[in-house]
Design a protein around this ligand. Structure first.
Ligand code: NAI
Length: 301
């Protein structure tokens, strides 16, 4: 199998001044992609701004013969998000790959969390992913080609204490990508989601230092870079990656039961059959809401 290459491809990576985004930028540039290295450069909880991180990554890419340009706009407003995507078009004439990766944390338990901290996290992760995707999609649809990889989290897919803002945003991104997948299908625009695990400044707040060193962003990057390649033909999927572990996560619906709607359905009937309703054995994935609704309508009694 020949090496995956990205010659002639243009990638925008948000939040690529450090951590995972930097690893994606270095790997993609090393394989021929022209890269827009976006990073606002604020603190881990989203305060301030600094052009240094993005510029440093660009310098590193250029020092090894790669092509990259820095961008310091925030993903979290529609105007600035459009400028991030426009940077790719202005510098390189197109955008083929978007990795929605920028992120912050403002962890607090539900009752202690300020509304502002909830909204800020939603703005950066969920709204930022929406804005950048919307701006990039226009170009991708036009050229009938695009790869969008967005970043979810186990905190959203499975839940985590003290992260209601983050978990909501991250699972929202899965829903967003499920729908972009439907809209992009006939234009060759594929939208997928990664659930990473890596030692970065975000996880340094919760992981012991030896674990931070062990689970390097460089182990996540090969999966994400593969998901950005021409060879990768899937859409609407969630892949996990971290610490040398790679897998697929999915929404699975059990076979359920069909009760006779004409006969009247009571809560007691539900209680009696809850075991069969609950089981995921012989469950399946649905490719869209229509797929799921169509199945129910075809079977209902
Ligand atoms: P990181 O803090 O090293 O990287 C995030 C980058 O996003 C930073 O460089 C930051 O300056 C930038 N950023 C923040 N707000 C921005 C904005 N409004 N506009 C543009 N850039 C902005 O952290 P890490 O871990 O590399 O995070 C990358 C993504 O992966 C995030 O979305 C995070 O939630 C997600 N993630 C990371 C996990 C991990 O184990 N490290 C686990 C699950 C998800």
């Amino acid at each position: 199998m020949s090496e995956l290459r990205f010659d002639g491809r243009v990638a925008v990576i948000t939040g690529a001044g450090g951590g995972l985004g930097k690893a994606y930028a270095l790997l993609l540039a090393g394989r021929g992609a022209k890269v827009v290295v976006n990073d606002l450069g604020g603190t881990f909880d989203g305060e301030g701004a600094d052009s240094t991180p993005a510029q440093k990554v660009v310098d590193q890419i250029k020092s090894t013969g790669g092509e990259a340009v820095a961008n310091y706009e925030s993903v979290s407003e529609w105007d600035s998000a459009q400028k991030i995507i426009q940077a790719a078009v202005d510098h390189y004439g197109q955008i083929d790959i978007l990795i929605n990766n920028a992120g912050i944390l403002r962890d607090k338990s539900l009752l202690k969390m300020e509304i502002a901290d909830y909204l800020k996290v939603i703005e950066v992760h969920l709204n930022g992913t929406y804005y950048c995707t919307k701006a990039a999609f226009a170009h991708m649809r036009e050229q009938n080609y695009g790869r969008i990889v967005s970043t979810a989290s186990a905190a959203g897919v499975y839940g985590n204490f003290g992260q209601t803002n983050y978990g909501a945003a991250k699972m929202g991104i899965v829903g967003l990508m499920n729908c972009v997948c439907q809209e992009g299908a006939r234009y060759g625009v594929l939208a997928n989601t990664v659930v990473p695990t890596a030692g970065t400044r975000l996880t340094a707040t919760v992981m012991p230092p030896d674990v931070v060193d062990k689970v390097k962003p460089e182990y996540v990057a090969p999966m994400v870079v593969y998901m950005c390649s021409e060879q990768f033909q899937e859409s609407g999927k969630i892949y996990t990656a971290g610490g040398g572990y790679y897998s697929r996560a999915a929404m699975v619906e059990g076979p359920g039961i069909f009760l006779d709607t004409g006969a009247g359905i009571t809560p007691d009937m539900i209680a009696r059959q809850i075991e069969q309703i609950r089981t995921l054995e012989d469950g399946r994935e649905y490719s869209s809401a229509m797929d799921q609704t169509g199945y129910v309508l075809s079977k209902m009694i």
